[in-house]
Design a protein. Sequence first.
Length: 224
Amino acid sequence: MSLVEVKNLTKTFTEDSEPIHALSSVSLAIDEGEFTAVTGPSGSGKTTLLNLIGCLDQPTEGRVSLEGEEISKCSPQKLSALRLRKIGFIFQDYNLIPAFTAIENVEYVLWLQGISAEERRKRAVEICERFNIGKLIHRRPYQMSRGQQQRVAVARAIVHKPKIVLGDELTANLDHKTGAELMEFLKELNQKEKITFLYATHDPEMMKQAKRMISLKDGRLISS
Ligand SMILES: Nc1ncnc2c1ncn2[C@@H]1O[C@H](COP(=O)(O)OP(=O)(O)O)[C@@H](O)[C@H]1O
Ligand SMILES: [Mg+2]
């Protein structure tokens, strides 16, 4: 059984009563331990695919299963619970909570899971130290560089030990060097901790780092 199974996945949006076929009958599987890029031009359906796998949206047709459990049929409550346990997200603009310090941002998902304050802090500090942001944990996002903020975002995405980490255009806002460092860092996490990564990108440098590429065009799978 694959970690993620996507079968005939279709997502159609409607805008001004015109259908927009963001994804058309996409089928693929992601195994545990993969480090895979989803590529394709702007508008090809990358974000839509990640959002569907990440339980942020529901398909029009087809299904997504996570560890054999079909998520496309889950209620919104069930989806939130699944997301909380099994998924980590790293967004393009990080989506850190501006009023929270770095450590509070990292702890937040553990708080949502109902983990005790003491345990939360212990786990969050541990991960921040490992990510070389241990000295910055009491800073708010605006007091950190983009590279540091990105590390906080990665720490937050993996602190709850998700099954899969999804990243959308991770390096789009980073300069070349910081972007390359981030990729090295994610690769190391993939190799050492067996964290499965699926990331959308149209940056050739980031594609080079992938062990596997899934290509989309106009919402259709061209190769995987
Ligand atoms: N919420 C939405 N409402 C209407 N159209 C959307 C929505 N989200 C995405 N789309 C459309 O679906 C297509 C695929 O978008 P997206 O998945 O964001 O592509 P990518 O991430 O590859 O740039 C595009 O044509 C986009 O305009
Ligand atoms: Mg996108």
